[in-house]
Design a protein. Structure first.
Length: 328
C-alpha cells in the first residue's frame, strides 16, 4: 500500500503569491481498547507504523499472553532495525482502572479507538476525555423493493445473515415492500430455515412467514449477532428509509431494486457510513474496500467514517510558502 504520510492532497496559489498546500501527517499517539481478538494487536500496529503513529494497546484478559507474545516479537524486531521500540506499547494490567486511566490521558494520547462489543464501545464513548472514534455495532438492514429480483434478494440476504453471524456487517433486519412480500417471504423463509434462522416479524410479514414470532420494538433496534432476524413490511421506499434511519446504528444498509429512482432515493436518504445497491452488507470491510487491514469501522461522522484504513489514521497540516508577504 502507498505510504500516505507527507502526501500533498491539495495545493493552490493565492492572488498575493502565497503557495498553500494540504499535507498528510500522522495523528500522533493512538490508543486502542479491545477485547479478545489478538489479531487486532498485529493489525493495528501495522496500520499505525505505516502512518507514523505510535500505538498504545489495552487488550482483554482472555488474550493477554498472546498479545504479550506478539508485542514482544514486534519490539525485538524494531530494536534490530534501530527503530523506536515504543512505537508499540501494551498495557499488561487488565483491570478496569488501567482502562479508565488510559481514557483520560489527555496530552499523551491523541485519539482512542474502541474495538469490541456494544458495551465496551458505550463505556469508552461515555467515559473518555480523550477524543474517541466510535467503531460500530451494526444493526444492518436490507430493504427489498417492489420489483426486486427474487433470486438475487434471497441470495444476498442469505449471505448477509448467515455467512458469518458474529460480525458488525451482518444483516440483522429486513424491510420488505408490501407488493413483493407474498412472492419473496415464503421462499426466503424456507432458505433461512435451512440455516436455523429464527424470525421476528410484524403482523403483515407474518402472513407469509410460517413459524415466525411477533416482533417487538426492541427487535427492530437489536444487533443479534446470532441466527435471528427481524422483518418489517412497508408501503414505500420512503417508509423504508424512515424505518431504517430510526433503528440503524449508522453502519451498513442495502437496497435490492431494479428501479434507479428508488436506488438513488435510498443512497441519498439513508444515514449510514456505507449504503449499498444490490449487494450484501458483508462487504463493509477494510480488505474488501481495498484498504488492506482496518483499524475499525467508524459509525460516526468525525473524523473518519466507514472502514478505517491508512488514510483514516492521518491528519493534515497546511504548509504555506511565501516570498516576504505581510498582511495589510
Amino acid at each position: 500500500l502507498e505510504d500516505p504520510i507527507g502526501k500533498i492532497t491539495e495545493q493552490w496559489t493565492r492572488p498575493n503569491g502565497l503557495k498553500i498546500a494540504k499535507r498528510l501527517v500522522p495523528i500522533g499517539v493512538v490508543g486502542v481498547i479491545y477485547e479478545a481478538r489478538p489479531n487486532v494487536t498485529a493489525d493495528v500496529f501495522g496500520l499505525c507504523f505505516k502512518t507514523g503513529n505510535a500505538i498504545v494497546l489495552k487488550g482483554g484478559s482472555d488474550a493477554l499472553e498472546s498479545n504479550k507474545a506478539i508485542v514482544k516479537v514486534i519490539r525485538e524486531t524494531l530494536a534490530k532495525e534501530n527503530l523506536p521500540v515504543d512505537a508499540i506499547t501494551l498495557i499488561e494490567d487488565t483491570t478496569r482502572e488501567s482502562t479508565n486511566q488510559l481514557m483520560r490521558m489527555n496530552g499523551y494520547v491523541d485519539v482512542l479507538i474502541p474495538r469490541g462489543g456494544a458495551g465496551l464501545i458505550k463505556s469508552v464513548v461515555e467515559n473518555a476525555s480523550v477524543p474517541v472514534i466510535e467503531t460500530g455495532s451494526g444493526n444492518c438492514h436490507i430493504y427489498v423493493d417492489s420489483d426486486a429480483d427474487i433470486d438475487m434478494a434471497i441470495s444476498i440476504i442469505e449471505n448477509a445473515k448467515t455467512q458469518r453471524i458474529g460480525v458488525c456487517n451482518a444483516c440483522e433486519s429486513l424491510v420488505i415492500h408490501k407488493d413483493i412480500a407474498a412472492k419473496l417471504l415464503p421462499a426466503l423463509n424456507t432458505k433461512l430455515k435451512e440455516h436455523g434462522v429464527k424470525i421476528f416479524a410484524d403482523e403483515k410479514s407474518r402472513e407469509f412467514l410460517e413459524g415466525s414470532e411477533a416482533a417487538t420494538e426492541e427487535d427492530f433496534g437489536k444487533e443479534y449477532l446470532d441466527y435471528i432476524i427481524s422483518v418489517k413490511t412497508v408501503e414505500s421506499v420512503e417508509e423504508a428509509i424512515a424505518h431504517i434511519n430510526k433503528y440503524n446504528t449508522g453502519h451498513s444498509e442495502s437496497i435490492i431494486t431494479n428501479i434507479e429512482e428508488n436506488a438513488n432515493k435510498f443512497l441519498d436518504g439513508i444515514d449510514a457510513s456505507c449504503v449499498y445497491v444490490n449487494a450484501s452488507t458483508r462487504f463493509t470491510d477494510g480488505f474488501e474496500f481495498g484498504f488492506g487491514a482496518e483499524i475499525g469501522i467508524s459509525t460516526q461522522k468525525l473524523h473518519a467514517r466507514g472502514p478505517m484504513g491508512l488514510l483514516a489514521l492521518t491528519s493534515y497540516k497546511y504548509t504555506i510558502h511565501g516570498n516576504g508577504q505581510v498582511r495589510k
